[in-house]
Design a protein around this ligand. Sequence first.
Ligand SMILES: C[S@@+](CC[C@H](N)C(=O)[O-])C[C@H]1O[C@@H](n2cnc3c(N)ncnc32)[C@H](O)[C@@H]1O
Length: 245
Amino acid sequence: MPPPSRINLGLRPLCRDNPWPEFDYGEIEPFEFSLDSGGHAGRELIVDVIRARNIDLMLEVGCFLCGSALQWLRTSDTLTVIGADPWEGNWGTYFESLSRDPVRARAMNRWTEEQIATMVHNLRRFGNFSIALNNVRQYKTRFIPVRRRAPEVFYYLRDRRIEPKLIYIDADKKREDLDVARELFPNAVLCGDDWLWADNSGVLRMQEHVKAFAGEHNYTIKASRQTWLLIAPEFEPAKSDDAVV
Ligand SMILES: C[S@@+](CC[C@H](N)C(=O)[O-])C[C@H]1O[C@@H](n2cnc3c(N)ncnc32)[C@H](O)[C@@H]1O
C-alpha cells in the first residue's frame, strides 16, 4: 500500500482493485532483464526528467519483466509506478529464444546457461505476471500492476481521477496511445522507447508517430538512442548533447 501521503491520489482503491498475484515471493530469485540494448537505450533521458521535475507518479505502458520499472523505481524513493501490461500468454519460450539470439543474448551474458534455464522454467511454471512482479518485489509499496492495455488503461485511470505526471510508452507502437494520453492527461510528460525500432518494411514506426504528433502539438522532441521525450512548448528545450529533433 502506498504511504498515506499518496492516498489522496486515489491510489489506495487502485491497489485494492489491482492486487499483486498470490505468490511465494521468497521462493525464487528475482532477476533484472530489460530489452534495452544492454543498458544503452538512452534511458538516462527519463531518469533525468523524473529527477528534474520531481515526478512522484508515473505510468509505464508495457512493463514486460519489469526491468525498466526497476530503473525508474531506483531513481527516486518518492516515485510510485503504475505498470500497465496484460502480462498475458507465456514468455518462457520467447525468453529462451532471446538467449540464443547472438545480438540480444548480450544482455544475458552475466548469467550461466543453468541460470537462464531456471528462469525459463520459472516463467513456464509460474507465468509472466508472477515472475515480473517477483522482479520488483522489493518495491511492493511503490509498484501498482494494472493488467490492462493502452489506450483503455488511460481511460481507466482518468475515470478514477488518477493523473500520472509522466507516461512512458514501451508497448505496441500505436499513434492512438499518444493521442489519448495527451487528451486525458494534458499535463503529463510523454516519453517512451522504440525510437529506432523498424518494422518489416524498414519504417521507424514509433519515430514517425512521435514526429507527426510533436509537429501537430508543437512539442520539441529529445531523443537518445531508443528513447524519446516530448518537451511541451512551455518548457525550454533542454540543452545537452542528446539529439533535439
Ligand atoms: C518491449 S516490452 C516492454 C519492455 C519493458 N519496458 C522493459 O524495458 O523491460 C513490451 C511490453 O508491452 C506489452 N504490451 C503490448 N501491447 C500493449 C498495450 N497495448 N498496452 C500495454 N502493454 C502492452 C507487452 O505485453 C510487453 O510486455
